[in-house]
Ligand binder design. Structure first.
Ligand code: ZN
Length: 180
């Protein structure tokens, strides 16, 4: 499995509980939306099995975002513009890059890809939990990390459920007219 890099953005998010809540909310909402978009795309390409997988993951992330939203009630969250998050890349560590998702992606490949992003998310929160000097930040981040580790466990189970991808996985007898 590809080694997990420590995501950037952890320093900005680790300052105060409000910052962490804002980062976590952004990250989980983005992950939920991305999985839902990918599910739609896969459905368009009639890749129903992967569409269902992404749909399920989107629901899981949506619930996580809702939990964070509840925790954030009563906190004045900083307003951070979409480009203002310091992820160290264009996107948050948990969101899949649609460019990585071929329309014929197999369930095994899709789960592997999601697994990598869930590991990055766990690493993001774990780094904050271990590195922050603020007790409340540590406690929140630890809870989020555990949640992401749970997603990693779930996906590891799913990985075993689906056969490893064969070499001809992207053969399409009837390719779409325009791809991308
Ligand atoms: Zn997750």
């Amino acid at each position: 499995m590809t080694p997990v890099k420590t995501p950037r953005g952890t320093r900005a998010a680790a300052d105060t509980p409000e910052n962490l809540l804002a980062y976590a909310l952004a990250m989980e909402s983005e992950a939920a939306e991305r999985y839902a978009e990918l599910a739609d795309q896969m459905a368009v390409h009639n890749n129903q099995e992967v569409a269902a997988l992404f749909r399920k993951l989107g629901e899981i992330e949506y619930l996580h975002a809702e939990n964070i939203r509840r925790q954030a009630a009563g906190h004045e969250l900083p307003r951070i513009s979409l480009g203002g998050y310091r992820w160290g890349s264009r996107e948050s560590p948990e969101a899949l890059d649609p460019g990585e998702v071929h329309y014929l992606i197999t369930p095994h490949q899709a789960v592997r890809l999601a697994l990598r992003h869930e590991q990055q998310a766990a690493e993001f929160y774990g780094t904050i939990a271990r590195g922050s000097g603020n007790r409340e930040v540590q406690a929140l981040a630890k809870g989020y990390e555990e949640e992401e580790r749970e997603h990693v466990r779930l996906l590891t189970e799913w990985l075993e459920r689906y056969p490893v991808t064969g070499r001809d996985w992207d053969d399409d007898p009837d390719p779409p007219m325009e791809q991308e």
